[in-house]
Design a protein around this ligand. Structure first.
Ligand code: GDP
Ligand code: IMO
Ligand code: MG
Length: 427
């Protein structure tokens, strides 16, 4: 086996960055396939914290190549700042990062539209609670066939015509005929083109070549299954396909190239932004979970809503991505509460796929043994499946059985070494 997809199985922030960093030690190439800098992936190595937004989380390993795929939307200024930040740490040589010529570019007017719409919706039912990074408007332009691809930055005539098309299409909503200054953007784009020129590539061919050469390729998801544009809690979703299918379209590889899919889930659940969250916990326990788990957004700093692990939703996510392994993170955090529950079903037989999650009422069960005050400390120091306390193994077995996917990895802390591989990622 040489290819593995790592996807979020909830509403994002499951710990994909940490898992990708752990797995990337054994990978030759790490590729992002969807989303943009709405993502915030946290890596912690010997107390040092790195947050990636666009650059794949394999970037900490010298020699591991990273690529941004066609399915992504890229804000060039954010990318340049992120690369500079990583290089200041002595990480990520320029020749280790490649950018697809087919990826779409986020412009300032996309960010402006995103922010304007959120302001207009305020906290009413139409507010999505986006990250305001311009993600939705950039994907909207792509679907409307007036998006600007990285390749267009190198073709001045096409770029000018496309910018004029956007200026005309968006002027009514932006409220001014000249809200998009084509000349100013042409100038900015010339700078981006010069900066990106050594990095641009055919990402599909790059990944295809690596796979054919028998190299190990890791596809890194952003966001999570329930934020998927087609299968998530629409309209409270992001504007891309976050599930494993997004790899094929977002990179340009066929389904036959994929060997395994690992889904990442916390031992509990979180959500940031609006939309249904059946297992949400209000009140004091929810606040404790947020504090103990540090549940504040890596991109926007917003407090995340917290809840119990939702097994019907996780089972649905496993189906959507054809998961072959489950990675459960933050077990140490759940254990620190002194009391833990898990949602095992929804009342009235509500089914997440058929009925959606709106109005679903959780049926919870208490997790045995999680009232032990020593449990969190024992978990944090466990380094093998056998070293996990019996009640933790029983909880993981229950999850695997309910979802019908075996446990592949258990994470018991934010540090790289607090990772228990139950399965080999590439065997
Ligand atoms: P991502 O977007 O899926 O990469 O996740 P984020 O980085 O946004 O959020 C996950 C947070 O949990 C980060 O702060 C990680 O450092 C942290 N984390 C990941 N795994 C564990 C774990 O097993 N235990 C603890 N305590 N923290 C973890
Ligand atoms: P990572 O990769 C958590 C959420 C936003 C909002 C919705 C749409 O770190 O897991 P967008 O800006 O994408 O148009 O916002 O999606 N969202 C995330 N939530 N983690 C993320 O990324 C997210 N990316 C977007 O909060 O509800
Ligand atoms: Mg995140």
């Amino acid at each position: 086996m040489s290819t593995l997809i790592v996807v979020g199985a909830q509403w994002g922030d499951e710990g994909k960055g940490k898992v990708v960093d752990a797995v990337a030690a054994q990978a030759d190439l790490v590729a992002r396939y969807a989303g943009g800098n709405n993502a915030g992936h946290t890596l912690v190595v010997e107390g040092r914290k790195v947050i990636t937004h666009l650059v794949p989380s394999g970037c900490l390993y010298p020699g591991t190549r990273c690529v941004l795929g066609a399915g992504m939307v890229i804000d060039p200024d954010v990318l340049a700042a992120e690369i500079a930040g990583l290089q200041a740490f002595g990480l990520l040589q320029q020749d280790e990062l490649r950018v697809s010529l087919h990826a779409h570019v986020i412009f300032g007017f996309h960010r402006e539209l995103d922010g304007m719409r959120e302001e207009a919706a305020a906290k009413g039912p139409r507010a999505i609670g986006t990250t305001r990074r311009g993600i939705g408007p950039a994907y909207e332009a792509k679907a409307a066939r007036r998006g600007i691809q990285v390749r267009d930055l190198f073709d001045r005539a096409t770029l000018r015509a496309r910018l004029e098309q956007n200026r005309d299409a968006l002027a009514p909503e932006l409220g001014r005929a000249d809200a998009i200054s084509v000349d100013a953007l042409m100038e900015a784009a010339a700078g981006w083109a010069a900066y990106l020129e050594p990095m641009v590539c055919d990402a599909s061919a790059l990944c295809h070549g690596a796979i054919r050469a028998g190299q190990r390729v890791l596809f890194e998801g952003a966001q999570g299954a329930l934020l998927d544009l087609d299968h998530g809690t629409y309209p409270y979703v992001t504007s891309s396909n976050t599930t494993a299918g997004g790899v094929c379209t977002g990179i340009g590889v066929g389904p036959t190239a994929i060997d395994a899919v690992w889904g990442i889930s916390k031992a509990y659940a979180t959500r940031v932004g609006a939309g249904p969250f059946p297992s949400r916990i209000d009140g004091e326990i929810g606040q404790r979970l947020r504090d103990v788990g540090g549940e504040y957004g890596a991109t926007t700093g917003r407090p995340r809503d917290c809840g119990w692990l939702d097994l019907p939703a996780l089972r649905y996510a496993a189906r959507l991505s054809g998961m072959t392994g489950l990675c459960i993170t933050k077990l140490d955090v759940l254990a620190a509460l002194g009391h833990a529950e898990v949602c095992v079903a929804y009342a009235d037989g509500v089914d997440p796929g058929r009925d959606g999650l709106f109005g679903a009422r959780p049926v919870n069960r208490v997790i045995e043994g999680f009232d032990d005050p020593q449990l969190a400390v024992q978990l944090a120091s466990a380094r093998s499946w056998d070293a996990l306390p019996a009640c933790a193994r029983a909880y993981l077995d229950l999850v695997a059985e309910a979802v019908e996917v075996p446990i592949a990895l258990v994470s018991v802390g934010a540090e790289r070494d607090q990772t228990i591989f139950v399965r080999h990622p590439f065997e």
